[in-house]
Design a protein around this ligand. Structure first.
Ligand code: KG4
Ligand code: ZN
Length: 364
């Protein structure tokens, strides 16, 4: 049995987890900073790194306690070293180094994006059967959709990635967050848009889809601008005293910035446009490359509409982690850590953070 302590501090969640053989979650503790950042409408990097400093040790201790293990039971420490906010990453990396040094444990540096993909190797916490689900089968397509990334990747084997497409501007999650701000739905935007969209009609506004020809690249900034224009036009109408539609809006937890904007319909139409492009490009790539399955990962993969449409429109199996494993956490880092550890990978004491780290790509 191989036990890895996975540590994640790339953005605004302090995560630590103990993972057995890359698949079984023995513990998974996440301290979220969402309430601290809400007042700024996004993640405030300086506050994020300071808060990681405060929470990292208790989070790690809790993860060990929940797993019923001590440092001596661990086989290695795996830590995210990029991509992400440098000041946040530094806290995790330096803590991991200190533990590895003090306890004489091997250290493995992990790419956060691989974590989002390897969430699909973890046994879901509520898995009802004694046998674990089968491991994902190669070749497969992985769609990473998070706050910082939108990448469609062909995966030939463990650690073997071929990039098919990525966003040319905003990441999918970033678009959700920006549009949520425009609609006065608060932070983080993804879940807020999803809640509002449930009360809206996705066909009410026809918003643009950036197909970009045959390319597998994505672009979401035009869509965001289209929503902005609609919001402005409603604001202007309201100011001019014109008869804007009197829609009573939204979820119980949010308030529109400007009255009369059909927030729920706009949220639903926006969500539909994002989902349409993500699903359609993935479907086309799955066919072209004859993959055995499609995996999703990253915060936006928590989106119910995206999950439904991906499964409905694709002819190959689609696997998505449970919502808690889509957003940032230590267990996914422990999962990648296991596969990297058994492949013999070790980081030195010179392991540094790389804010702009990309997936390690192979030539097509
Ligand atoms: O993977 P993640 O936790 O952090 C990064 O690595 O970026 O992703 C966070 C992103 C945020 O942009 C958030 O708005 C989005 O994921 N998100 C969602 C949902 N839940 C989180 N987007 C759409 N629908 C959701 N339900
Ligand atoms: Zn992430």
């Amino acid at each position: 049995m191989t036990l890895i302590l996975g540590i994640e501090t790339s953005c605004d969640e302090t995560g630590a987890a103990v993972v057995e053989n890359g698949r079984r979650i023995r513990s998974n503790v996440v301290a979220t900073q969402i309430d601290l950042h809400r007042q700024y409408g996004g993640v405030f990097p300086e506050i994020a790194s300071r808060q990681h400093m405060i929470t990292i040790t208790p989070v790690i201790e809790q993860a060990l306690k929940d797993a019923g293990v001590g440092y001596d039971d661990l086989d290695a420490i795996a830590v995210t070293y990029g991509p992400g906010l440098a000041g946040s990453l530094l806290v995790g990396v330096n803590t991991a180094k200190a533990i590895a040094f003090a306890r004489n444990l091997p250290l493995v540096g992990i790419n956060h994006l691989e974590g989002h993909i390897y969430a699909n190797w973890l046994i879901p916490p509520d898995w009802p059967h004694p046998e674990p689900p089968p491991e994902p089968e190669f070749p497969l397509l992985a769609l990473i959709v998070s706050g910082g990334h939108t990448e469609l990747v062909l995966m030939h084997g463990h650690g073997q990635y071929q990039l098919l497409g990525r966003t040319l501007d905003d990441a999918a999650g970033e678009a959700f967050d920006k549009v949520a701000r425009l609609l006065g739905l608060g932070f983080p935007g993804g879940p807020a848009i999803e809640r509002a969209a449930r009360l809206g009609d996705p066909a009410s506004f026809h918003l643009p889809r950036a197909w970009l020809g045959d390319s597998y690249d994505f672009s979401f900034s035009g869509l965001k601008t289209a929503v902005l224009r609609i919001v402005r036009s409603f604001e202007e109408k309201a100011q001019a005293g014109a008869h804007a539609p009197r829609t009573r809006l939204i979820t119980s937890q949010s308030q529109p910035v400007v009255p009369h904007i059909p927030v729920n319909n706009l949220a639903a139409s926006f969500q539909e446009a994002v989902v349409d492009v993500l699903v359609e490009k993935t479907r086309r790539a799955a066919e072209e490359f004859g993959v055995k399955m499609v995996l999703m990962g990253g915060g936006v993969a928590a989106n119910t509409r995206l999950r439904e449409e991906m499964s409905r429109r694709l002819s190959v199996p689609v696997r998505v982690p449970p919502v808690k494993l889509c957003t940032d956490n230590g267990a996914v880092i422990g999962a990648v850590g296991y596969y990297r550890f058994i492949a013999g990978e070790r980081a030195g004491w010179d392991l540094d953070v790389v804010a702009g780290l990309t997936l390690p790509l192979i030539n097509p």
